[in-house]
Design a protein. Structure first.
Ligand code: HEC
Ligand code: HEC
Length: 203
């Protein structure tokens, strides 16, 4: 059943996502990024551990998130007002810019990384926790065509917040509630380990 869900999500995303960014202009996106740099950092590499890096993020994922902030589907008192100022053309340009810049590496706690790696690769089949690598890839780069996010070398504290938001069902942007279902069966300690592991993956 879960395998079928993954296959359906992948194929829907692959078909829907094709050529979605042909229109994006990275140079125009870089100019627009002046409004974002104060929080998301130089070159899209946030220096605040609570706030996400956008460099190297998959364009379709960027588009879906900015649209979700605009419609109120994704809630955050700091970020949501920022998205209101960004129109459809700017979203495509910003997404092209983020795809064109390299994400900076992250530094993690080695003990946590070892524990997180096991969960990332295997999940917990008995608890219904799917293996993360099935969707985010062994490298953590996600699935650009399907709009699955790149979580490699992302800020760990941001990843922890997201996994807890999915678990609490306060983040509901995930198609088919995949991430809410994955996070529902993870403990705080496991979330920390997974976040440290993802942050340790090479950008
Ligand atoms: C005042 C600080 C601030 C500014 C300015 C800001 N952001 Fe954000 N942004 C945030 C925070 C905080 C989050 C995480 C929200 C959460 O916890 O869900 C975020 C999240 C995001 C995400 C989701 C990333 C992910 O991995 O899901 C995108 C995309 C984004 N911002 C794009 C932008 C763009 C584009 C701009 C400029 C137009 C911008 N932000 C300006 C604070 C800011
Ligand atoms: C069936 C596919 C699938 C599996 C398995 C999966 N994810 Fe996800 N993940 C997604 C999708 C799709 C999104 C984006 C959902 C959205 O828009 O809210 C996502 C989003 C995330 C985010 C938010 C990223 C951001 O930038 O805000 C984190 C963190 C994450 N996943 C971690 C994990 C971890 C850790 C595991 C394993 C325990 C896992 N995922 C398993 C598909 C999956």
């Amino acid at each position: 059943m879960k395998k079928i869900l993954v296959a359906v999500l992948l194929s829907v995303g692959l078909i829907g996502g094709m050529n979605a960014y042909a229109a994006g202009d990275a140079a125009a996106g870089e100019a627009r990024y002046a409004a974002c740099i104060g929080c998301h950092g130089p070159g899209g590499n946030s220096l605040n551990p609570m706030w996400p890096k956008l460099a190297g993020q998959n364009p379709l994922y960027i588009r879906l998130q900015l649209e979700a902030f605009k419609t109120g589907k994704r809630k955050d008192p700091i970020m949501a007002p920022m998205a209101l100022a960004v129109d459809e053309k700017a979203i495509l340009d910003l997404a092209a810019y983020f795809a064109s810049v390299k994400r900076s590496a992250g530094v993690s706690n080695p003990e946590q990384v070892k524990k997180g790696e096991l969960i990332y690769i295997n999940g917990f089949p008995q608890r219904g926790v799917l293996a993360c690598g099935a969707c985010h890839g062994a490298d953590g780069y996600g699935n650009p065509g399907a709009g699955f996010p790149n979580i490699a070398s992302q800020q760990a504290l941001y990843l922890v917040k997201m996994l807890k938001d999915y678990r609490a069902k306060t983040r509901t942007t995930d198609p088919g509630e995949v991430m809410q279902n994955v996070a529902a069966n993870l403990t705080d300690a496991e979330i920390d380990q997974l976040a440290q592991y993802a942050q340790s993956l090479a950008p």
